[in-house]
Design a protein around this ligand. Structure first.
Ligand code: SS9
Ligand code: ZN
Length: 689
């Protein structure tokens, strides 16, 4: 399996700059690249990457996206006088030329293609290209917004042509709309383009009507262009994550890309003078992590914008550190998205509901909401928007430097019966590391009052020992095969070190009895995915998810994971994730690996997986997911059962009062509208409410 992270950088790309006075362009400076690269070197991240030489793109490659006339025109710029350059620049918007920019633009495309080559051939798993000029605004025959050639769009065409990639996902998290990428693939169903961007009802650059949520793609490409407009500034981490959970990820998993390209602009981070957003640099660790198990892990990030040098450098480091496999930081203090973002989410989901089965049960917007005008009016009325930072100039905004990320020396420890195979990189636990006699006696007291089973007792002690090493950050995550998962689960809840168990996210997969009383003190959030309707109490901390066809239903299972489990987990912010596979769960191995991979974004990677001792064949694949290997692609998911979809939406509706990150509807009115829609389905309601 491909491993390693590529880094593409060439100092040559710092060797052009604005030569005249233009307030619109003065933020695009060579230092953007030098500070980013220096930060990677200083933190030791660059040394951990596979450094790959940058080359120039050929004419043929540039012509994959651009017209001959445009290429020929740009080719002349190195020979122009300053006056000619200024005149040439005049025909485009918010961009400048320089005698060396054509050379750099060829290197920027070339670096992108070298990265695509490295990932597609399996030389590395993923990587990043630090380039200037950026690309996502440039069009077939036009430069725009500091962009000359469309690096990422060319990269997508190249991957399809040279490597036969059938589906490419482009995630544009830059704060501007990459209209160049949208135009390029508008009618192409093989490229899914996602962009969120500052829009403010068309009052923000590039001020295009087609940047709104209702531009969904054209002809065969309808449904493959996703725009999420930010109609206010000051968006925070929870706004970004909400859009990932409720728009991008479900659609991306349904799309099933062979390759993920990220238009990695960091002007969407706090402090940026263009973006004016408030998401902190560590959010990019999570955004990256959440994309890293798509496409078998094949992810290429290519720099776009980012104009606050401090914020930019920090964000680049967070992204690269995640690509390298270090655990993401705790996603502290997430609430729900703000009202304005809820509106955008609702609008995008409803504009796309006819194209994606994961969005099929999105509530329709009331007719009045559909007009941009009424939205705008409603926007001005709402009271709880994040405007505190808006008055300040971005240069004055301060935020703490992201804390150093945890990196326990042992990535994955396993407690497996003798003879059970698992990857060499795992550390096998031995009873020699067993816990104190105090713990031993307590476990004995709890579970073996009558008959004493030595083997089971030792196994439970091994488990506690493993957790103690996790609490000390000697071990990141672990896997144990145990005789009785239910008993082991209760044992962990009762005896694991409290530093981990103040908040445990307990994820149970498969049918079986889970003692719900362990959720009563609020120190455990239980999400139990099974095929049986829950008998017991449902509450804020006890979430039974019932799938009609059970956990073997890949589409239903992923819908529950992406739309319900992950937002719950991120808002709960556990210190430990306990992932339990009940005997005979029926969950597919690749789905299980996806789940184990995705959950590692929580609790700084502290995941403990428990499986029944006879599931020996799954030990290897599970351990390898814990070691950070990319989960295999799931393939096309197939159709979701409509009763499951409705049931999940209903569950969301009941839970969203307590868990704000589950919200997808713009206002209370709409929720009533949705409830009414389901009121007819009394059977479904009685099942879940
Ligand atoms: C000045 C407008 C600048 C161009 C921004 C291009 C960003 C490319 N306030 N507009 S990522
Ligand atoms: Zn930008």
């Amino acid at each position: 399996m491909a491993a390693g992270t590529a880094l593409l950088y060439d100092e040559e790309m710092t060797k052009y700059k604005l030569l005249w006075v233009d307030p619109a362009c003065k933020i695009e400076v060579p230092e953007r690249l030098t500070v980013s690269h220096e930060a990677l070197v200083r933190t030791g991240l660059a040394a951990r990457c596979v450094s790959i030489a940058v080359r120039e793109a050929t004419d043929e490659e540039i012509l994959l996206v651009h017209s001959e006339e445009y290429l020929e025109a740009v080719k002349k710029t190195p020979y122009m006088t300053l006056e000619d350059l200024m005149a040439f620049t005049q025909q485009y918007g918010d961009v400048y030329f320089h005698p060396n920019i054509y050379h750099c633009a060829k290197l920027a495309v070339g670096a992108t293609l070298q990265l695509v080559d490295s990932v597609m051939t399996g030389r590395v798993r993923n990587g990043i290209a630090l380039v200037r000029p950026p690309g996502h605004h440039s069009q077939k025959s036009a430069a725009s917004g500091f962009c000359i050639f469309n690096n990422v769009a060319i990269g997508a065409r190249y991957a399809m042509q040279k490597y036969g990639a059938k589906r490419v996902l482009i995630v544009d998290w830059d704060v501007h709309h990459g209209q160049g990428v949208q135009y390029c693939f508008e009618d192409d169903p093989n490229v899914l383009y996602f962009s969120w961007h500052r829009y403010e009802h068309q009052n923000f650059w590039p001020n295009l009507r087609e940047s709104d949520y209702d531009s969904v793609g054209k002809e065969k490409g309808a449904g493959f262009n996703i725009n999420v407009p930010w109609n206010k500034v000051g968006m925070e981490n929870s706004d970004y994550l909400a859009v990932f959970f409720h728009v991008l990820l479900p659609v991306a998993y349904e799309f099933c890309p062979d390759l993920v390209l990220v238009s990695a602009g960091f002007d969407s981070a706090i402090g940026d003078p263009e973006g004016k957003m408030c998401a902190t640099p560590d959010i990019f660790a999570h955004l990256t992590h959440l994309l890293m198990n798509l496409a078998g892990g094949k992810l290429c990030a290519v720099l776009e914008g980012g104009y606050n040098l401090t914020s930019l450098a920090q964000s680049v480091c967070q992204t690269v550190q995640t690509l390298l496999g270090d655990p993401a930081p705790l996603p502290a203090d997430l609430g729900g998205p703000c009202e304005s973002v809820l509106k955008s989410i609702h609008c995008v989901r409803s504009a796309h509901k006819q194209y994606w089965s994961c969005l099929k049960y999105t509530a329709d917007l009331p007719a009045s909401e559909l007009s941009a005008k009424s939205l705008k009016v409603a926007e001005q009325k709402t009271g709880n928007e994040p405007e505190a930072q808006e008055q300040r100039s971005p240069e004055e905004i301060v935020w703490p430097e992201p804390p150093k990320r945890l990196c326990p020396p042992v990535r994955t420890a396993v407690a497996l019966p003798e003879g059970v195979a698992c990857p060499d990189a795992c550390k096998r636990c031995s009873s020699a590391e067993a816990p104190s006699s105090l713990v031993l006696n307590r476990i004995r007291g709890d579970f073996f009052k009558e008959s004493e089973d030595k083997v089971t007792l030792t196994a439970l002690c091994d488990l506690i020992a493993l957790l103690e090493r996790m609490a000390k950050n000697e071990v990141r995550n672990g896997l144990a095969l145990v005789q009785d998962v239910s008993m082991a689960m209760v044992c962990v809840m009762q005896h694991a070190p409290t530093s981990l168990t103040n908040r445990v996210l307990l994820v149970c997969v498969g049918d079986g009895c889970v003692p719900t009383r362990i959720t009563e003190d609020g120190k455990t959030l239980l999400v139990h995915i099974s095929s049986t309707e829950a008998q017991g109490q449902k509450s804020k901390h006890c979430v039974p998810v019932c799938l009609r066809k059970g956990c073997s239903d890949v589409a239903g299972f992923m819908q529950a994971v992406l739309g319900l489990l992950l937002p719950l987990g991120y808002e709960y912010n556990p210190g430990l994730v306990l992932l339990v596979r009940m005997p005979g769960s029926g969950v597919c191995e690749s789905v299980w690996q996806q789940l184990a991979g995705l959950l590692q974004g929580l609790a700084q990677g502290h995941t403990l997986v428990l499986m029944q001792e006879n599931e020996t064949a799954s030990a290897g694949p599970t351990a390898s997911a814990l070691l950070g290997s990319p989960a295999p692609m799931l393939g096309l998911l197939g159709n979701l059962l409509s009763e499951d979809l409705e049931a999940l939406e209903t569950l969301r509706n009941t839970l969203q009062a307590d868990w704000k990150l589950l919200q997808v509807n713009a206002c209370q009115q709409n929720q009533h509208h949705l409830q009414n829609q389901y009121a007819n389905e009394s059977l479904q309601l009685s099942r879940l409410l």
